[in-house]
Design a protein around this ligand. Structure first.
Ligand code: NAD
Ligand code: IPM
Ligand code: MN
Length: 352
């Protein structure tokens, strides 16, 4: 089991360290970890946020554990040299077009959510976010317009084949639950979304067991807060999925709790190749202070073991340990608690 570990910037190395310790505590035989630089740190060391060497390591592994990238010192660099290009580049280069972001309120932990307990209780959804298309990867630029002002532009597009393949991932994921898929788009305004919606409807015709609904994304954001129980899988594009997933994390209680898996078509001898990362960023405001909650990254390791290595029992052990730690009152500052990153990691390992 070859795993590339790419800690990145800010709190990335802090949370990744705890997640690796949890992984190692399982004592799985045949585990080899390979380290690589990504993000601002990679730019500072090698002149590029995603050095060729890191990409080579990632490609040679069965899975990637990614921390976070982003460094305020780098925000003035040319866009192609900014830390964020590392995660975008990995997603594109590794063909990871499907991003799975589960958001769930654990039983008995409704009080961590800012929602009313009777609403929070039923929040258990999966955002299936398209990850290698949309306005993220379209042509972009800054031009001088007729009024001689700077004008920024970014091209948003989705092709039918891009939509069809992510829709299939959503349908497959929904079958693991109760077959509900809600596609969130902006078809009332955007042609990109019209193609998205038409294609999702067409793709669903071969899947009659799927209960497909459609919602405008602005309404979906509102409904996640007011009536999360109606959602099973939320299928959406790259930009909308980015925003809805931070929103869903806040409804659960903290962005420090949400893991993610990014997958494509590539298989390894163990299972599906994937990149696993918390949904949060490098959190420069708390970096270096030992305050970050590593649970999202630890839960990403669980997703890795399940999806990329077929190790359901070990994945469940990790998830149960995190849930138990939370139930026992182990909380980072993000959840109003006082436990630091290392203490949270240790508490999870004790409960494995
Ligand atoms: P962020 O997710 O880094 O932080 C948002 C807020 O949540 C901050 O107040 C932060 O302290 C808090 N937070 C985040 N993770 C936490 C954790 N594990 N424990 C406790 N608190 C946590 O988002 P941002 O501030 O908008 O972005 C900071 C940098 O991270 C930017 O450079 C951005 O581009 C980058 N970013 C990277 C990724 C990634 O690597 N996949 C994801 C999101 C943002
Ligand atoms: C995420 C992040 C990234 C995204 C950024 C850092 C490129 O916000 O993983 O959610 O927008 O996808
Ligand atoms: Mn994001």
């Amino acid at each position: 089991m070859r795993i590339a570990v790419l800690p990145g910037d800010g709190i990335g190395p802090e949370v990744t360290r705890e997640a690796v310790l949890v992984l190692e505590a399982l004592g799985l035989p045949g585990l080899t970890l390979f380290d690589g630089d990504v993000g601002g740190i990679a730019y500072k060391r090698h002149g590029h946020p995603l050095p060729e060497e890191t990409l080579t390591i990632a490609k040679a592994c069965d899975a990637v554990l990614f921390g976070a990238v982003g460094d305020p010192d780098c925000d003035k660099l040319d866009r192609h040299l900014r830390p964020e290009q590392a995660v975008l580049g990995l997603r594109k280069e590794l063909g990871l077009f499907a991003n799975l972001r589960p958001a769930k309120v654990f039983a008995g932990l409704e009080h961590l959510s800012p929602l009313k307990p009777e609403i929070a209780r039923d929040l258990d959804l999966l955002i299936v976010r398209e990850l290698t298309g949309d306005v993220y990867f379209g042509k972009k630029g800054i031009r001088q317009n007729e009024s001689d002002e700077r004008e920024g532009w970014d091209m948003m597009s989705y092709s039918e084949s891009e939509v069809r393949r992510i829709a299939r991932v959503a349908f497959r994921s929904a079958r693991l639950g109760d077959c509900r898929v809600c596609s969130a788009d902006k078809a009332n305004v955007l042609e990109t979304s019209q193609v998205w919606r038409d294609t999702v409807i067409d793709a669903a015709s071969a899947h009659p067991d799927i209960d497909l609904t459609h919602m405008y994304v602005d309404n979906a954001a509102m409904q996640i807060i007011t009536n999360p129980a109606q959602f099973g899988v939320i299928l959406t594009g790259n930009l909308f999925g980015d925003i809805l997933s931070d929103l869903a994390s806040a409804a659960v209680g903290s962005i420090g709790l949400l893991p993610s898996a990014s997958v494509g078509d590539r298989k390894t001898e163990h299972g599906l190749f994937g990149l696993y990362e918390p949904i949060h960023g490098s959190a420069p405001d708390i970096a270096g202070q030992g305050k970050a909650n590593p649970m999202a990254t630890i839960l990403s390791v669980a997703m890795m073991l399940r999806n990329s290595f077929g190790k359901e029992a070990e994945a469940a052990r990790i998830e149960h340990a995190v849930e138990t730690a939370l139930a026992d009152g182990i909380r980072g500052g993000d959840l109003g608690g006082t436990h630091g990153c290392e203490a949270i990691g240790a508490a999870v390992r004790e409960r494995l």
